[in-house]
Structure formats: C-alpha cells, structure tokens
Write a protein of this length. Structure first.
Length: 403
C-alpha cells in the first residue's frame, strides 16, 4: 500500500476545526458549537502556555530603584599628538590605528616642516581633554555615589546626571584600582539611594542591570546570574559575579539588582571579541563593594592586611612529595624578611592550608582572606610542615604601597 494516502474533504475539515479550537483556547476565546471538544493534546498545549503568565515583571522594582542610578560624565586630561612651529603653524597627526603603515610617513613629514631643524628635540605637547562616560548609583541620601575606578581615572572634572535629567558636579572621594571601585560625592541631601544586598546572589537568580550604555542613560536590561567567583586576571582580588544581562560600554560602574531591589554587584567588565554585548558580563560582589566603600568614605584609601609571604600553587606532584592526600593550600616560596609571617615562624617550604579555620584552596583564597583583615588584628594559620599540621598566630600588618 502506498504511503501517500489522500485525505478526504471531511477529514481535512475535521483537522481545520481542531486547529481552530486550539487557537481559540490559546487566545482565551469561546469555542463555538460545532467544533470538536478539547482533546488531551489541546490541554497539553494550554498547560505549556501557562508558565508564560508567571514570568516576573521587573516594572515595580525598576520604579523604586531607577531614580538612584546616575550617568557619570568625566572630563579626562590627555596629550594631543600635535606640534606648533615657530610661525604658529600647526601639524596634527591623523587619527590612525597603532602600527598603521602611514603613521611613520606623517611623523617624518612633521619633523621636516620648516623650522623643525633648528628647534632640536620635539617640545612637550599641549594638553587636550577628552570625555568618558559611565554609570553609578547613590548609596546614601547625602550624596555618596559608587562607580568604577576606571570610569574616573585621570579625571579633571566629574559630573553626574540623575534620572530626572538634573546634572550635578561630583568630587572624587577615593579610588581603589585593585577592585576597580571609586566613591564620589555631590552636594545636597535627600537623594534617592539603594542598599547593598546582604545575601550573595545565587547562580540562576534573576538580576537587572541599569546604566548608561553608549550614553543612553536609564537603560534597563535583565538576565540571570551565570556563574560565581570568576577570575578574569584583572587584579589580585578577582572574585566576580558573571551575569548574562546585556552590558555594554557606558554600563561600567552601574548596579546589578536582585528582585528585591538590592544591589548584588557593580558592573565592571565584559567579555567580547567584538566590543559589544555577547551575554558575558562581570560584576563586583556587594560584599566587596561594602567593605571598600566604607574604607574610602572613612579614609579616602583602602588599607589591606599583609602577612608577607610569596606563594606558589600546590600541584598534584607537590602534594604527593610533601605527604598531602590532595592538592590544597599554598606553598610558601619565601617568607619576607621581618614580615609578620617570618616573625611568627612561617618559613620556606611550609604549606598554608587554612586561615582562621577556613580552608585555603589556592593563593587567591589566602590573599582575599588576609586583605580583609584590619592591620593590627590577629590571624591563625594552619601549616603543613614535615607531614604534620601545626598552627601559628600572627599579627597582620599593613600592605606596603605598591604591593
């Protein structure tokens, strides 16, 4: 028997009627008499469509928090690539990509201009100003604003634009390059502000990013927390939240909110081969923001703890050689002379496997732990030495400048 069986007009009519019934059910309309009754397949279609009605709306939360988010406009001082000859003639280098084959030609042309041969080495070039854009948010009603350090780096002037369009001058209170955070202050009171979340965001949680991408202030995007504890190689304390909400140039310094309207992170970087959003963005966790902002507000700088050890990872081979059942902790390559660690008896070859009872898996675990301890306070280190555990207690020092 052939598989190409023709369908009679009556059967075709029944098929169309069934489709009409499904369409009416999905649209929420009445099924007119004469149409077939819903079958289990129709009920299944309806149940599949039901969860769409339960997708959360972010509108109420956005209404509450959006007034606290600001656009940050920065005037940045840089050097113009230009020369003036003695007669007032000017030569400006064309805007060429680095390494462009015509760059050398234009530089030679500039050096051969009349008067250049008598002037000797090229004079210091005049200063010129550029502009940078970013985002930020109020963390108090008296005008403190959080943003990224890289947004205000080398700033000569900073202004913020509020959600209602009002523009205010801002002062940089302090910056911390190692966590890429900065604290600004504007004059006034009764500003709308938001709170930092006390609970860490979980993978899969809904989040919303608000910021100033490409200068388009007040832009809201949404997504989920994609991953935790990301190390992107930007600094010694990398511990980023990864989100898939759309983040682009200009979102830097803006907040990422949870569904309660609390800030779970500060957007600081994107991964993008093209320079645009590909759904991989990184935010500084609220716990880091809280401690850094408190220090910047109090002192204008961040003071971190220091014990003075140079570390290297514990590989599987090293673990076997020193008698550890598994690779863990950090191997002390050197205890710096006169450092808190050296004074407490820590020495080369020791493996630090815990700090204040908390396991240390890798070097950054120890760095973050020690950095968050105020200088002058004590920390207990669990060492693995000569096949045995031992504990030493030391007083944490202040991290040297430039360390």
């Amino acid at each position: 028997m052939s598989d190409n069986v023709s369908t009679s007009p009556r059967k075709r009519t029944a098929k169309w009627l069934g489709a009409a019934a499904v369409a009416a059910l999905i649209a929420g309309g009445a099924v007119e008499s004469g149409l077939v009754a819903p079958s289990p397949a129709h009920a299944e279609l309806r149940s599949i469509s039901q969860p769409v009605q339960n997708v959360p709306s972010f509108a109420d939360v956005i209404d509450q928090v959006k007034p606290a988010v600001v656009a940050v406009k920065v005037k940045v001082q840089n050097v113009a690539d230009r020369d003036d000859d003695e007669d007032g003639q000017q030569f400006s280098m064309p805007d060429l990509p680095p390494g462009h084959p015509m760059e050398r030609f234009f530089r030679q042309f500039r050096d051969q201009m009349p008067g250049r041969g008598d002037r000797g080495p090229r004079q210091e070039r005049p200063r010129q100003f550029g502009q940078a854009l970013g985002s930020g948010f109020f963390v108090s009603d008296d005008g403190y604003v959080v943003t990224n350090n890289h947004v205000v780096d080398n700033a000569s002037e900073v202004q913020i634009t509020m959600d209602d369009g009002k523009t205010l001058d801002a002062k940089v209170i302090g910056t911390d390059a190692k966590t890429d955070l900065a604290l600004l202050k504007v004059e006034g009171k009764d500003f709308p502000y938001v709170r930092l979340a006390s609970q860490k965001a979980r993978i899969g949680d809904w989040v919303m990013a608000i910021g100033n991408p490409f200068g388009l202030g007040g832009t809201v995007t949404a997504g989920i927390v994609s991953a935790q504890h990301r190390d992107i190689g930007s600094g010694p304390y990398d511990d980023y939240i990864q989100i898939d909400a759309s983040v682009n140039k200009g979102n830097s310094g803006g907040p990422t909110f949870n569904l309660s309207g609390e800030v779970v992170g500060v957007n600081t970087a994107i991964f993008s081969p093209s320079g645009g959003n590909v759904g991989i963005a990184f935010a500084i966790p609220a716990s880091t923001v809280e401690s850094v902002v408190a220090s910047l507000k109090d002192k204008g700088t961040v003071t971190r703890g220091y014990i003075g050890v140079q570390m290297q990872p514990v590989t599987k081979e090293i673990a076997e050689a020193i008698g550890l059942k598994e690779p863990k902790g950090v191997l002390v390559a050197e205890a710096m002379k006169d450092s808190p660690a050296a004074k407490a008896g820590v020495r080369t070859g020791d493996t630090i496997i815990a700090a204040d009872g908390q396991p240390i898996k890798e070097a950054k675990d120890l760095s973050r732990k020690v950095a968050n301890i105020a200088p002058g306070k004590s920390v207990s280190l669990t060492l693995w030495r000569e096949g045995k555990e031992r504990t030493v207690t030391l007083e944490v020092g202040s991290q040297p400048k430039g360390a």
